[in-house]
Design a protein around this ligand. Structure first.
Ligand code: ADP
Ligand code: MG
Length: 678
């Protein structure tokens, strides 16, 4: 029911509730308290200590309002059997009508010493007349929006809950509730708002966390089953023709880790079951060689390959790499990104549809409807956290056949997230760095100083090079660009006049960018001042210094990626983070990046500090909203929900599960890709 028709709401209040995403009484079912107020043991007035938020229950001894100019101040004295206390309200003259003498009331607010010595005064933020249902119990505390009061919101949520919980049917059959030690959904929701005690709270929470995870797990389990049973993939043959040409010409030996993962990929591709694999490896671990192994097998079998990256810059870098590696093998590579001119695009579509374009590199432009492949056999997705389940299924539908899929992630995804998002993927980990890399030393300074400038100078004197990175975000693009430009001026005039300083930023034309990069590679430029365009793919082995300005403005994984641009040879490299920030969060993040070069550890820290929503860029990720669950802390429950999902997927004929399947179908964002499911 539209919440405005609920008793005591109406259009004006409904408008405010909308800001809290409460539009329908149903929305109350997932509008959970942000904290609780334990009114089971109310402190006595005598024992209250000033200086913090407190609550108490007392009887009204006296109450009166005084007008002071435009303001009204109401003073009341409340008492219990230990003493009395003064309470103050601002600008609420009407309460003298509600809080009449001898009424028992609950008040909550900040307790301070009054101007008179030893007397205490409470500045009341919340009050209620005591009734039999609002005392001696744990009360929910909800996030508010302006113009809505806690007491009012409690009443609205309470009424909505009563209405909705009566209609709510728990789709979980009794035997699963028992087996997985879960309470009924109605009870869980009610008790999460009004827990009787710690145990009732824990049980409610367990069920709600389970609920947050379960349907995505079920959807994934069903997809996996469908792929296994109904769909036969391509059995690629490892012919070792193009593969041999390529790998024999490599100037280095593959690491054991690369060899193992390449073997896994080739085996997957040889099987009838479609490959569904994710390669996780830290920056610089050599994931490209694994991707190449897969690409070459597909090409050897006469299939096309699609490579997708989340941004145009990334796509372009993959494209350049592919041209470099594949042109010598006489393979035609095409780039397909949004910014390609229309006429040019039509030509590319044609090349793709006729099969002349053998490898197509692009952004999500590749999954647009107009793109038709002649015989797509393999899709490679460079993940970077930005594609979710949905985009993947769109890509998989691009071909008449069931294609093989390889997901590559440069920024490591913590285990809990992988399980949640890609429960259906096999995983390979590249856990060995190619030889000849020296760990990067990282320091955090508040300001650049002469000591570190001389370290940089001595590196440059040894013919090594440096990156000097400035942050750039879209919202403050102009200011940021100015900072980078001025930074370059300053460095080249005042700090290192004897060296050539280049500037690289995203607003430059591609040709200018290429030109600057070329000069940097050829050592005509010693210090490259840049915004984050160098984040990925740039490979200049003699760059041994990186300075990062305003380091607190970068995400942890971004800093890690950036830092991966140095330390690409056997020389010792140093990353200098500059940040004046004193916030606790910056401190934690910068200490983490100083403390470890392990991208996986950093990803865990990042996730803990930022929470999954930010970590992922929530909406695009395909990650369902988590109302109660915490992806890091609730991993054990996630594992149990996965088990139950598997049990249901394995026994899908069981009539007891119909209601669960029905419920899944009500969730369109999870249900995608499951057509063919009964
Ligand atoms: P990733 O994509 O995992 O960040 P890349 O595949 O781009 O890493 O590899 C980083 C660099 O390491 C590239 O310059 C690549 O040529 C080089 N490289 C890859 N594998 C090896 C190896 N086994 N030995 C030496 N260098 C390697
Ligand atoms: Mg790479």
């Amino acid at each position: 029911m539209d919440i405005q028709y609920l008793k005591g709401v109406g259009p004006a209040v409904a408008k405010k509730l909308e800001k809290l995403n409460l539009k329908d009484t149903k929305d109350a079912l997932t509008f959970f308290p942000s904290s609780y107020q334990d009114r089971r043991s109310i402190p006595k007035i005598m024992s209250l200590e000033p200086g913090k938020d407190q609550f108490l229950v007392g009887k009204v001894k006296s109450i009166q309002s005084i007008k002071k100019g435009r303001f009204t101040i109401t003073n009341a004295f409340l008492y219990d059997n230990t003493g009395e206390i003064k309470c103050v309200w601002f600008n609420q003259p009407f309460i003298t009508k509600i809080l009449t003498i001898n009424k028992q009331i609950f008040v909550h607010g900040k307790l301070e010493y009054d101007s008179a010595p030893m007397t205490k005064v409470m500045k009341v933020s919340e009050y209620e007349v005591v009734e039999n249902n609002n005392i001696d119990r744990i009360m929910p505390v909800y996030s508010l929006t302006s113009g809505i009061y806690q007491k009012q919101l409690r009443a609205i949520i309470g009424r909505s809950l009563i209405k909705e919980l009566n209609l709510l049917k728990d789709p979980y059959p009794e035997k699963l509730l028992k087996k997985y030690n879960l309470i009924r959904l109605n009870d869980a929701i009610f008790n999460y708002h009004y827990p009787k005690d710690q145990q009732s709270y824990s049980q409610a929470k367990r069920r709600l966390v389970f609920e947050d995870f379960f349907y995505l797990q079920l959807s994934l389990a069903l997809q996996k089953k469908r792929v296994k049973i109904h769909e036969k993939g391509i059995m690629f043959e490892f012919k070792n023709t193009l593969s041999k040409l390529y790998f024999d010409s490599l100037p280095y030996k593959l690491t054991n880790s690369q060899l193992r993962v390449i073997q896994e990929v080739r085996e997957d591709m040889g099987k009838e079951t479609p490959m569904n694999r994710m390669i996780q490896g830290d920056v610089g671990a050599g994931k490209t060689e694994v991707a190449m192994a897969a690409i070459l097998v597909a090409l050897e079998n006469g299939y096309q390959v699609a490579i997708m990256a989340p941004t145009e810059i990334l796509a372009f870098q993959h494209y350049q790499k592919m041209i470099k590696y594949l042109l010598p093998l006489d393979i035609r590579v095409e780039l397909l990104v949004g910014s390609v001119a229309k006429k040019n695009k039509e030509r590319k579509y044609y090349l793709i549809e006729t099969g002349s374009a053998q490898v197509v590199v692009g952004t999500h432009a590749v999954i647009q409807e107009k793109v038709k492949f002649s015989n797509l056999g393999l899709a490679i997705i460079d993940e970077q956290h930005r594609f979710g389940v949905l985009q993947r299924s769109a890509l998989l539908k691009k071909s008449g056949e069931v294609i093989d899929l390889l997901v590559i992630t440069a920024t490591p995804i913590p285990r809990t997230l992988t399980l949640t998002l890609y429960g259906d993927l096999e995983k390979s980990i590249l856990d060995e760095m190619p030889p000849g890399r020296t760990p990067i030393k990282t320091v955090w300074l508040r300001k650049m100083n002469s000591e570190w400038l001389s370290v940089i100078r001595s590196e440059l004197d040894k013919k090594n090079q440096a990156y000097w990175v400035f942050p750039l975000v879209e919202e403050s693009e102009k200011i940021d660009l100015k900072a980078a430009t001025e930074g370059r001026e300053y460095i080249s005039k005042e700090v290192f006049p004897e060296y050539n300083i280049g500037l690289l930023h995203g607003k430059m034309k591609q040709k200018e960018k290429d030109d600057i990069m070329k000069q940097f590679r050829e050592k005509k430029i010693q210090i490259l001042v840049s915004t984050t365009v160098i984040e990925v793919g740039v490979d200049v082995p003699d760059a041994t210094i990186m300075v990062i300005e305003h380091a607190e403005r970068f995400g942890l994984s971004q800093l890690h990626q950036l830092r991966g641009r140095i330390g690409r040879s056997d020389k010792i490299s140093t990353c200098i983070l500059l940040s004046l920030s004193r916030s606790e969060n910056s401190k934690q993040r910068l200490s983490a990046i100083v403390g470890t070069t392990n991208g996986f550890e950093l990803a865990e820290v990042d996730l803990q500090l930022r929470g999954p929503g930010d970590y992922f860029g929530a909406k695009q990720s395909g990650l369902p909203t988590m109302f109660v669950a915490n992806l890091v802390k609730d991993e054990p429950i996630l594992m149990e929900s996965k088990k139950m999902a598997q049990e249901i997927a394995d026994n899908i004929e069981d009539e007891g599960y119909l209601s669960i399947i029905h419920e899944l179908k009500q969730k369109p964002h999870l249900y995608i890709g499951n057509e063919g499911m009964n």
